[in-house]
Structure formats: C-alpha cells, structure tokens
Design a protein around this ligand. Structure first.
Ligand code: AMP
Ligand code: ZN
Ligand code: FE
Ligand code: FE
Length: 325
C-alpha cells in the first residue's frame, strides 16, 4: 500500500505522505490514528526546548507529523531534520511570521518556503532586527517603573535564539524573581498598553502571503481569533480578501479559540475553500496548556496543504524543502 515515493514509518507501521503530488489514501483506521501537529516552537525562537528535543518530545507525545514553526526564522530546521528520522516523526519545515494588517498584529504560518529566497530572507531579517533593536527601549521602560533589569539578564535566558523578543524579557523577569511566569510578565509589563511595551517592525500581511508563495511555500493564518488585546478580529470578508491574495488555510483548532470560534472559523474555511489546520502552538514550558498534540490537523487537510505547497513550488520554480525525515 505504499504509493510511489511514500514512506512507511518504521516506528508506527503506517504510511505517511512524502509523495504529496499523489498523497496516499489513508484507510479510515489510519486516518483516525495519524496525529499531526502543525505549529510548534523551539529555542530557535521562544520555545524552551532545543529543536531536537522538540522533535523527540513530539514522538513521545504520539505525533506522526510535527511542523517546526519558530517565529521569523528557519534556524531550527537543520537540528530538527537531524532528529526526525531517529525519532520516527515526519517533519514539516515552517515558520510563524510576524505581520501587521489594518494596524493589528497577525501571525502567519508559512509552510515549506524556500528559506533562501532573497525577499523572504530580507523581510525576516528586518523583523528579527526590529525585535532586537527595541530591546533597549523595553528595558529602559522597565527600569523607569523600578525593575532593575539589563540586557545581560535577557541574553542569559535567551541562549542562542535568533529572535530575542518579549518572551525572553519575560523569562528574565521570572529569573530575577519579579514575576512568577511568562503570563504574569505579559499581563503586568509586556502586553500592549502595559508599561514596557514597545512597537517593532512587522511585514504587511498581504506582502508576506505573496512572498511566501513566491518562495514556493503556503500560508495559513495563525489563531486569527486568538488573544488580540481588544483588537478587532478579521471577519469573513477580510479572510476572503486574504484568500484572493493566496492565503491557503486557517488555523482553526487552537487553544485561543473556544468551541464557538472554532465552529464559525470552520464554516468560513469551508465557504472559502480554505484548508483547516489544528495545532498546539507548543512552547515547551513557556506556555501552559499548549501541550504537543493538544489540537491536531486532519490527515486529508494536511495532504491538501502539501499539494498546495507542491503547486506553489512548481509555479515559483523554488524548491520545496523536503517533507519527512
Ligand atoms: P514579540 O514577537 O517579541 O512581540 O513576542 C510575541 C510572542 O510572545 C508571541 O508570539 C507569543 O509567543 C509570546 N506571548 C505573547 N503573549 C504571551 C503570554 N501572555 N504568555 C506567554 N507568551 C506570550
Ligand atoms: Zn511564540
Ligand atoms: Fe502566534
Ligand atoms: Fe506560535
């Protein structure tokens, strides 16, 4: 029952779809058993696990497919690629890009873009530089409200991350005993409207959807109705306009969405013909209630996404990074 180019997972005895031009037709018992988590973070951004540990934790959690989607960087891919075959996990190379739309912060999941495509590299560099360069301002504001914190305190907890941001400032505040956890750090100091918040560069959402497509990848809007600090949520007509720009899917099953939001987003995806994904948005111990596999993506939706990525790669002439191990 292996399709050409398909792959049998040595650890789990079922077929996973490397040959996404001809995705394997999964028997119902497999479809129910295949567990796919398409949104996770490692220490390459603000997760607390190394990329290798993240992949191994995915296997231990019973995942068959795991996407590594660090904020604005592919820096974790090589280590995850090394760990995936040994762990018996199908790895999807991705990233979560910080964009802005109508003045709102919107996270865009990009799957399988060529990470060397120059316009993509250029945008990611601007975002990462914007994150690091606002750090002094944030620390200055913290000192103004009486918290004695310095860049060294942040770099000590951030390790070698490519994307030093608010989560690392939060970790430093925990380390200094100012707050209990990241949640308290955001609530007291780091969220928009709190004393240490500072704006940073973000790419335009439409531009980024286009750039991801030109890079041979596909775009999924991350947790569109999640925590937005009172911001307006993108409605169906907004999402329809994004679909016309090339958006491929909506992350529907996410911890920030309650049952009602999931139902409505699923209906919007169905109306617009968009792929429905579900994922944990795991950050190691950096975010509670986001355990690996807490939400998953249906295998047929996953295969549609892979087919769209293959089509995008053919159209752009940009290579699709391997799926698998
Ligand atoms: P930055 O890109 O530096 O502004 O940081 C934003 C990141 O912080 C988000 O992508 C989340 O991963 C994380 N984050 C935002 N709010 C919280 C929170 N309340 N608790 C933990 N992490 C958070
Ligand atoms: Zn994050
Ligand atoms: Fe996000
Ligand atoms: Fe995320």
């Amino acid at each position: 029952m292996l399709e050409a180019g398909g792959r049998r997972n040595p650890r789990r005895n079922h077929v996973l779809g490397r040959a996404y031009a001809h995705p394997p037709v999964l028997a119902p018992q497999y479809a129910a058993a295949v567990r796919i988590d398409l949104h996770t973070h490692s220490r390459a951004s603000d997760g607390t696990q190394t990329p290798g540990d993240l992949v191994r934790a995915g296997a231990a959690a019973g995942l068959d497919v795991l996407a590594i989607t660090d904020h604005d960087t592919a820096a974790g891919w090589p280590e995850a690629e090394t760990a995936a075959p040994e762990a018996g996990v199908e790895l999807v190379r991705g990233m979560e890009i910080s964009t802005r739309h109508d003045g709102r912060a919107v996270h865009l999941l990009a799957y399988l873009p060529d990470p060397t495509y120059p316009p993509l590299v250029e945008e990611l560099t601007k975002i990462l530089d914007g994150r690091s360069s606002r750090l002094p301002a944030m620390l200055e504001r913290l000192r103004e409200v009486g918290v004695d914190i310095h860049a060294d305190d942040v770099h000590r907890v951030a390790g070698g991350t490519a994307a030093t941001g608010r989560p690392h400032v939060a970790d430093a505040l925990v380390d200094l005993g100012v707050v209990r956890d990241r949640t308290e750090a955001f609530a007291r100091y780091l969220n928009p409207g709190r004393p240490a918040h500072a704006q940073r560069y973000a790419a335009s959402l439409e531009t980024m959807i286009r750039v991801v497509g030109e890079a041979g990848g596909v775009s999924v809007i991350a947790h569109p109705w999640g925590r937005h600090g009172g911001q307006e949520r993108p409605d169906e007509s907004t999402i329809a306009a994004l679909a016309a720009t090339g958006l491929a899917g909506i992350e529907v099953d996410h911890q920030d969405h309650d049952a009602g939001a999931r139902d409505r987003l699923r209906a919007i995806a169905r109306n617009l013909g968009l792929v429905v994904t579900g994922s944990s948005d795991h950050h190691g111990t950096g975010k509670v209630d986001h355990e690996l596999g807490v939400n998953t993506t249906a295998p047929d939706e996953y295969h549609r996404l892979l087919e769209l990525a293959a089509a995008s790669s053919r159209r752009s002439g940009r290579p699709t990074p391997a799926v698998g191990s």
